[in-house]
Ligand binder design. Structure first.
Ligand code: NAD
Length: 451
């Protein structure tokens, strides 16, 4: 007996029986998810603190309340999103009704990473449930405490004939992927994204891939260094740099670098104190493996700020590296930790060229007092998302689709985009009005017969 196969069979039966289709059922699941968040807020906060040393503030803003507001939005708009959408008709279909119907895909698999283990597991779940699917959740094995809460407590709040949590690492997830799903939503690294997409291809299963990469941040000479530094430090060191949309490296002139360094030092001290290690606001690296990788990156270029580390608690200080060569590992792989390298460029053109010679990033940032500079970076580059003069604030808007492009992913979600992602909707039935027979159009008759 294969318990996973049994679970999937049970979920498929529930879907085929139409259990998840009514709006009332979907709303009840969403409300259940909301109750889980509210009733176990402290349990989740504790789990996030154990996994990532996440502060209560970060847990609230980037995990719990962001998920709750997605639930609230879906509940508010569920019936409107589900409604058939009438489409314009042509002369030949004037008496027909033509519309787009949003159908659930069926059995959906959501595979999540560890860095925002509540948000990145549950926000896709909101979209999948709202769209009327049965769902298998596969949380990350690295965020163990959160995984445990999701596996042991969350199912009590959802209909278990339509929802299941499957646990495991690469091997178990590989086995899970051998089964046929109707949609796979994956968040994680480009390397594993390729594995997921290959497995999905065997069943011709559509996928959304929310991946990562190196997010450039251009800082123009025409800027206020302290404002830029405050925003850079906030968005680079939030969640200890373990954020897919964090600015991965800075591109600026040597002059701007000189103005930026004291401003960055002052921002880091303001946020984390003289001794960031004792700050309650700075997290820790998720695992020994990631810690060792990051410690290796500290040897690239020259440490201008920070650079301290302590293996016993997987601590790495907020760090800035300068004199970094393009060929060094810190510029070859996604950093995903509290390290910010600065690479010097001589001009905006050179920065744009640098960005365009690499894989398309998930996010791209440009700082300048000159709007034309920001507009040029936006116009001449491609990325999953873009933010001018700020960090990843675009993520807070559920009116924007969130996703990558090229190597940083495909597909998008958040807000109504989540509902659309988890719905099959390019269906345009053209139902002739009853009792009406379309006559042979005269224009198709051979003219010599008509005369
Ligand atoms: P990961 O790719 O190692 O793991 C993601 C998930 O895939 C986990 O659930 C894991 O169990 C599973 N997995 C790992 N190896 C597998 C294999 N061989 N076969 C099948 N499944 C496997 O990613 P991670 O380390 O958890 O997260 C970090 C990465 O995720 C970074 O690249 C980051 O940029 C990216 N990320 C992207 C987003 C986004 O929204 N685009 C958000 C967060 C993280």
């Amino acid at each position: 007996m294969d318990p996973v196969a049994d679970t999937l069979r049970r979920l498929r039966e529930a879907f085929s029986a139409g259990r998840t289709r009514p709006a009332e059922f979907r709303a009840a699941q969403l409300r259940g998810l909301g109750r889980f968040l509210q009733e176990h807020k402290q349990l989740l906060r504790d789990a996030l603190a154990q996994d990532l040393h996440k502060s209560a503030f970060e847990s609230e803003v980037s995990e719990i309340s962001i998920t709750q507001s997605e639930i609230n939005l879906a509940l508010r708009h569920l019936r409107a999103w589900m409604k058939d959408e009438k489409v314009p008709k042509n002369l030949a279909t004037q008496l027909d009704s033509a519309f787009i119907r949003k159908e659930p895909f069926g059995l959906v698999l959501v595979i999540a990473p560890w860095n925002y283990p509540v948000n990145l597991t549950l926000v896709p779940l909101v979209g999948a449930l709202a769209a009327g699917n049965c769902v298998v959740l596969k949380p990350s094995e690295f965020s163990r405490s959160t995984e445990k809460v999701l596996a042991e407590v969350l199912p009590r709040y959802l209909d278990q004939s339509c929802f299941a949590v499957v646990l495991g690492g690469p091997q178990e997830t590989g086995q899970l992927l051998e089964h046929k799903f109707d949609y796979i939503f994956f968040t994680g690294s480009p390397r594993v994204g390729r594995i997921v997409m290959s497995a999905a291809a065997k069943h011709l299963t559509p996928v959304t891939l929310e991946l990562g990469g190196k997010n450039p941040c251009y800082v123009d000479d025409d800027c206020d260094p302290q404002t830029v530094a405050n925003r850079l430090a906030w968005f680079r060191y939030f969640n200890t740099g373990q954020t897919c949309v964090a600015p991965d490296y800075v591109l600026c002139s040597p002059d701007t670098q000189e103005r930026l360094l004291p401003a960055l030092q002052s921002a880091i001290t303001r946020f984390y104190g003289e001794d960031p290690r004792s700050s309650p606001n700075l997290g820790r690296i998720i695992s020994d493996k990631h810690f060792q990788r990051l410690r290796g990156l500290l040897g690239c270029g020259r440490v201008a700020i920070g650079g301290q580390s302590d293996e016993s608690e997987r601590y790495i200080a907020p760090t800035v590296l300068v004199d970094v060569e393009e060929t060094e590992p810190v510029m070859q792989e996604e950093i995903f930790g509290p390290i910010l390298p600065i690479v010097n460029v001589r001009s905006l053109d050179e920065a744009i060229d640098f960005i365009n010679r690499r894989e398309k990033p998930l996010a791209l940032y440009a700082f300048s007092n000159n709007k034309q500079v920001v507009k040029r970076v936006l116009a001449q580059t491609s990325s999953g998302s873009f933010c001018g003069n700020d960090g990843f604030m675009h993520l807070t808007l559920d009116s924007l689709p969130f996703g990558g492009v090229g190597a940083s992913g495909m597909g998008s979600y958040h807000g109504k985009f989540s509902f659309d992602t988890f719905s099959h909707h390019p269906r345009l039935p053209c139902c002739a009005a009853p009792g009406w027979r379309r006559s042979t159009p005269s224009a198709t008759r051979p003219t010599h017969l008509a005369s």
